[in-house]
Design a protein around this ligand. Sequence first.
Ligand SMILES: Cc1cc2nc3c(=O)[nH]c(=O)nc-3n(C[C@H](O)[C@H](O)[C@H](O)COP(=O)(O)OP(=O)(O)OC[C@H]3O[C@@H](n4cnc5c(N)ncnc54)[C@H](O)[C@@H]3O)c2cc1C
Length: 418
Amino acid sequence: MKVLVIGAGVVGTAAAWYLTKAGHEVTVLDRREGPGLETSFANGGQISACHAEPWANPAVLPRILRWLGREDAPLKFRFNRWDPALWAWSLRFLANCTGGRAAVNTERALRVALYSRRCLQQLRAETGIAYDHRTRGILHVYRDPREFGHARKAAELMRRHGLPRFDKTAAECAAIEPALEAVAEHLAGGIFTPEDESGDAYAFTAALVRLATARGAVFRTGIKVIGFETNRDRVTAVLTEGGRLRPDGIVLAAGVWSPLLARSAGLRLPVVPAKGYSVTIPVAGHGGAPTVSITDDEHKIVCSRLGERLRVAGTAEMAGYDSSLNQLRWRLILDQARALFPDGGDFERAEPWAGLRPVTPDSVPLLGATPFRNLWLDTGHGTLGWTMACGSGRVIADLVSGRKPEIALEGLELGRFC
Ligand SMILES: Cc1cc2nc3c(=O)[nH]c(=O)nc-3n(C[C@H](O)[C@H](O)[C@H](O)COP(=O)(O)OP(=O)(O)OC[C@H]3O[C@@H](n4cnc5c(N)ncnc54)[C@H](O)[C@@H]3O)c2cc1C
């Protein structure tokens, strides 16, 4: 089958890989000058399958209220302009903040994330793909004993579901990651998920493009898709700035821009941008950079060692499609990283970046079928697009090929919002 993938981020590229492996004739279009240059470019680097909890949960509301009006809030809503999509999304987000909904959404996100980590590991074993990856787990650290208490309860619940998530004392945290020694006395403890991983999503995307190309996939960059033409239950043409294309199947993997394209086919995707920042710090000559991926849960920042760089990422700002760099917010991340790892790198040479996470109100991606028989969705991966890319791509390749995916699709498709 001739399959067109729209979007060459980590999600679209992973789909292209699995589709090519399944024997399809695959073309990937991206409007940027190369693959992986948008949200997949400089993210936090974590493959955090064991931490796939949704944003929407009963504990988040009091926090959002506490953070209101604070420019340095880890999660900030900017409702100061008329944005119907954001208002509609926010109402759905609120509806997902009950304990019951959070439990359902956790199971759905975990289903994709754990499967995806297995797919990534298989892909790595099969191809030898290298992307500054580390398989030393993820350690969440806490200063506030109360927050640590909540995290321990959540970890216990997850262990009952078979997820390896272990409580650690401050001393044990420093033993797992000696770079934490300088701050260990201020830590209440940590939660360790030894099976989680980290790595450079951009390096992975670029390497996978090369592997997929060697197997016959075609990546065409610098081409913008404008919309779709439809007839009843089929997309009959994909309109691009370079002309009209008529593939047999289409996979929409355009990250935060997916809803803008879907609209031309009459589909409403509840996906909005949540801006985040990262700083990338050179570590050469500094002995205090971590090699285990760390999450500072209080400040909501993640730190991943990517070769000779330390990537630190965090904050979420619901502010539409504006991806400009707000000095205050990225400098805050830099200061928090410096406080955690005083000798972690050359902080003066840090490179700031901002990207837009494609978030759904329930933190579960939009995967699978649409009302159009030849259009599939692979989008809305939010904070976990790197974690979920391979599994999502594999699911899409199975669906396009008419095979039953290896994980259940219940609760992952667009139909849950209709
Ligand atoms: C600060 C930050 C930290 C993060 N940390 C992590 C982490 O630690 N772990 C994790 O799992 N996830 C993390 N994420 C989330 C993750 O980066 C995203 O979920 C993921 O990159 C989304 O990938 P994507 O391929 O869907 O989107 P993108 O990478 O944005 O790709 C979409 C592509 O579609 C193209 N496109 C859009 N419109 C069109 C059009 N009209 N025509 C043609 N092409 C088009 C774009 O050019 C782009 O290349 C983080 C995100 C941010 C912002």
